[in-house]
Design a protein around this ligand. Structure first.
Ligand SMILES: NC(=O)c1ccc[n+]([C@@H]2O[C@H](COP(=O)([O-])OP(=O)(O)OC[C@H]3O[C@@H](n4cnc5c(N)ncnc54)[C@H](OP(=O)(O)O)[C@@H]3O)[C@@H](O)[C@H]2O)c1
Length: 384
């Protein structure tokens, strides 16, 4: 029985993870859960999966949660400290992080520090502090198993091969809902249009990131940290989201991982790794797929992808600034405070105004994250 601590249980990754856990009751058990502020769903999950520990980030809702689960034998904790307690819960064999944004960093570090293997969906953790996170995993001899479908694909394609044999990683991208839009058409897209992803059903932030291709930019950085910073990573637009990514090896052979676009597949792989369990999910029916298409990404229409590649190239605190400015700009777009085209502009200006410093310790990341949030907020206020 593998005991799992699930962080971000009320989100899209969280709900899908619980769906996988439920399918294999003899193999998995939930020992700790954490969520942000959705107390109603969180209380239902606590009732159903009976964790020993439940952590709610939003302190203002803790009394409401306690009331909803008053009849249950569960320890309730709150705030950042609570999230860290869930991440380092002593019984856990595996910690799954489905938290969104840089809020995932401290719990991820706490999990690794406590010697837990980490199944990671929260890409922002590696984007902002890749080096520190990898160092922690190395010190504690723990594994980071990617859940992001692209990185799971690369992880699976690499199975048994040495990373030195990689010629390049080919990261596939759906291109999002505006893949065929002109720059002019993209100027005035609405929140509703941007939230309408053609292939995947996900949380709001990553869905907007997919539409701007910032998601692919964050994944580009994530791939560099997971599979080698000097590894060549190429992005290719593959609208059908059937090939989840590929590796070209030094002998020019290419290994690809294919499957239906359903996050329960990479989540199940991360939970069962290094094993594979029989799945009841539908198989990919290639005969009905028709054509699989590929095209180069357009960095003019999707400047966020270029900004992310530049941030990785600049290194130091720049990826943390890119990520935080993006989080603020995306939220401002969702709140209808800025037009769609200004998301990339806010990030570009925040990066331009930042003086990167070397990432020596966690505080350097936290300082850069805070600086970029304040800077992006200021830019939004001044320009709108
Ligand atoms: N969704 C996907 O299919 C997918 C695929 C690949 C990678 N990812 C990555 O996985 C992560 C989660 O994505 P998602 O789509 O599942 O997001 P989501 O649906 O927005 O869910 C985010 C989760 O994080 C929780 N949360 C938010 N702020 C928190 C905080 N300060 N402390 C603790 N928990 C907090 C939320 O809680 P409340 O809802 O209770 O506030 C929720 O449970 C992202 O990094 C994303 O890039 C997602």
């Amino acid at each position: 029985m593998k005991k799992i601590s699930l962080l971000g249980s009320t989100g899209s990754i969280g709900v899908n993870t619980l769906d996988v856990v439920e399918r294999y009751p003899e193999n998995f058990q939930i020992c700790a859960l954490s969520a942000g502020s959705n107390v109603e769903l969180f209380a239902q999950q606590i009732r159903k999966f009976k964790p020993a520990l439940a952590a709610l980030f939003d302190i203002s809702k803790i009394d409401a949660l306690k009331e909803l689960v008053a009849d249950l034998d569960v320890e309730i904790v709150s705030g950042q400290e609570g999230a860290v307690s869930a991440a380092s819960y002593s019984d856990a064999d595996l910690v799954v992080s489905g938290v969104v944004g840089s809020a995932g960093l401290l719990p991820a570090l706490a999990a690794l520090r406590a010697g837990k293997n980490l199944a990671l969906a929260n890409k922002e953790t590696l984007v902002i502090a890749g080096e520190l996170v990898l160092k922690e995993a190395e010190c504690t001899n723990t594994k980071i198993i990617p859940i992001d479908s692209e990185h799971s694909a690369i992880f699976q394609a690499l199975n048994g091969e040495s990373p030195e044999r990689i010629k390049k990683i080919i990261l596939t991208a759906s291109g999002g809902p505006f893949r065929t839009f002109s720059l002019k058409e993209m100027e005035n897209v609405t929140v509703k249009e941007a939230l309408n992803h053609p292939n995947w059903s996900m949380g709001a932030k990553i869905t907007i990131d997919s539409s701007t291709m910032m998601n692919k930019g964050l994944e580009y950085i994530e791939a560099k940290w997971l599979f080698g910073v000097d590894t060549n990573v190429e992005v290719i637009v593959h609208a059908q989201s059937i090939i989840h990514s590929m590796i070209e090896f030094v002998d020019t052979s290419i290994m690809a991982q294919l499957g239906i676009p359903d996050m329960r597949v990479p989540i199940a792989y991360a939970l069962t790794y290094p094993d594979r369990f029989v799945s009841e999910l539908p198989s990919l029916d290639l005969a009905t797929m028709g054509n699989l298409t590929f095209e180069a990404p357009d960095l003019v229409r999707f400047p966020c992808l270029q900004l992310a590649m530049d941030a990785m190239e600049m290194g130091q605190t720049m990826p943390a600034v890119l990520n935080a400015a993006n989080e603020i700009a995306v939220q401002a777009f969702l709140d209808e405070l800025i037009p769609y085209k200004d998301i990339s502009e806010i990030i570009r200006m925040a990066m331009h105004n930042h003086r990167p410093v070397e990432l020596k310790e966690l505080q350097d990341v936290l300082d850069a994250d805070l600086w970029a949030r304040e800077e992006a907020t200021k830019l939004i206020t001044v320009t709108h």
